[in-house]
Write a protein that binds this ligand. Structure first.
Ligand code: XLS
Ligand code: NI
Ligand code: NI
Length: 431
């Protein structure tokens, strides 16, 4: 067994503790009829925690983990450290790409063999520790073969390679009882319109996603299929720009009842939205599947994948999640990495502990606002006019009927305050 975290004890809920402890995340605390653990469904992202090396566009990796290397032994050491960390955190779930867990094999057959070998190890460790798989996914963006996309690549052989890779990842996810399967299309987009046939690429993308759904049913995978929207980076323009764009795409290909979205905080910001906007859009359209809880640095304008630390933002996000009826079978995935100067094993633990506490505070505040009807009461009042029979009838009549009635009654509505500041003050009481 790896001893990477050897001097770190399992983290417990203890609001009085001096050292590493959860001060707000009490997994067993009951809120709105469910434990915090079941509301939040936290997951560690294998890639950022165990594969990221701390490099940036200007400098080499700084983390130097003992499992860095490209052999299967390195991959096994990495798995040991990962499950050691899940146990220390009491983390119920994890998520991974094929590329994070095994070294590249150079051929499809070798890649799949290696992936399945690591999945065997995961299977044993999951049974031992009770850690579950929130979602699996395929990395169709790191290797140079994917530089022009996976399913939207102009080269049909890359489409075929992608199909084989996604099939292998879906089947491993199914075998490990994953609760979701995610597709994030980082390079499913374009760099330049001058060399891109957008119509053809969108057709191929739609067909690919349909094939994924068909395969899900063929193998009896019961988890959710999720698309993760993002507007750009690494593509200049990504086809899955935001939640509304993805919904239009799903509708076009008849997939709106089969596929939901995994909404990431940082991606929402990159798209020029707030996180709660994206969550409310997904909730309203009935496609909220899961969340990636990692923020950007608002000054840099990049997807910096930092651990969440802003309770007011997180509270409004979980408010939308609770209104949607919760996350399950999705969860809260920390798609977040350490800053490159945070090089110690304890930094990795502390980052997750802090993030889990921030999420717990946010969810508790959101639940209290819901239990007190603090925001819904003023919202209902604002729309109360629509409760009358006369108002409801308008929606079933013609433009002329409504216009005639307005003119006959000589309606002349007076402006009414939206009370935004008053409501903002109410929110502030809960934070
Ligand atoms: C990148 C994405 C990625 C997905 C999984 O920006 O967030 O990490 O979550 O492929
Ligand atoms: Ni991201
Ligand atoms: Ni993500």
């Amino acid at each position: 067994m790896s001893s990477f975290f050897s001097d770190i004890d399992p983290v417990r809920f203890d609001p009085e503790a001096k050292g590493l402890a959860f001060r707000h995340y009490d997994p067993d605390r009951m809120v709105m009829g469910k434990s915090l653990k079941d509301h939040l469904r936290f997951a560690v992202a294998y890639w950022h925690s165990f594969a990221a090396d701390g490099s940036d566009p200007f400098g080499a990796g700084t983390f130097g983990r003992p499992w860095f290397g490209d052999t299967m032994d390195d991959a096994r050491r990495k798995a040991d450290a990962a499950f050691e960390m899940f146990a220390i955190l009491g983390q119920p779930f994890f998520c991974f790409h094929d590329h994070d867990v095994r070294p590249e094999g150079g051929s499809l057959a070798e890649n799949h063999k290696r992936l399945n070998e690591i999945a065997d190890i995961f299977e044993g460790k999951m049974a031992e520790t009770g850690t579950k798989l929130l979602w699996g996914t395929a990395n169709l963006f790191t290797h140079p073969r994917f530089m022009s996309g996976g399913a939207t690549n102009p080269d049909p052989e890359v489409f075929a390679w992608s199909a084989s890779t996604v099939r292998a990842c879906m089947e491993v996810t199914h075998r490990l009882n994953g609760e979701n399967y995610v597709l994030w299309g980082g390079r499913e987009g374009y760099e330049s319109l001058l060399n891109t046939d957008m119509g053809q690429e969108l057709e191929h993308y739609g067909r690919f996603l349909s094939m994924v759904v068909e395969h899900k049913h063929k193998i009896g995978f019961k988890g959710q299929i999720l698309v993760e929207p993002k507007p750009q980076e690494p593509s200049k323009h990504q086809y899955d720009f935001d939640v509304a764009t993805v919904y239009g795409f799903l509708k076009r290909f008849g997939l709106e009842d089969e596929v939901k979205v995994n909404v990431e905080q940082g991606h929402a910001i990159l798209a020029g939205h707030s996180f709660e906007h994206e969550l409310a859009t997904a909730r309203t359209l009935g496609i909220l599947g899961s969340i990636d809880m990692n923020r950007n640095d608002y000054q840099s304008g990049w997807d910096t994948d930092q651990f969440p630390n802003n309770v007011p933002e997180v509270a409004l996000a979980y408010y939308e999640v609770l209104r949607a009826g919760g996350l399950a079978p999705g969860g809260t995935n920390f798609d977040a990495k350490l800053r490159r100067q945070s090089t110690d094993p304890v930094d990795l633990i502390a980052a997750h502990v802090g993030a889990m506490d921030v999420c717990a505070r946010g969810l508790l505040a959101a639940a209290e606002m819901i239990e007190d009807d603090a925001l819904e009461a003023p919202r209902r009042e604002r729309y109360a006019g629509w409760e009358s029979d006369e108002a409801k009838q308008m929606l079933g009549s013609s433009l002329s009927d409504v216009a005639d009635r307005a003119e006959k009654d000589d309606v002349n509505p007076a402006p009414r305050s939206g009370r935004q500041e008053i409501i903002e003050n109410i929110v502030n009481r809960y934070l």
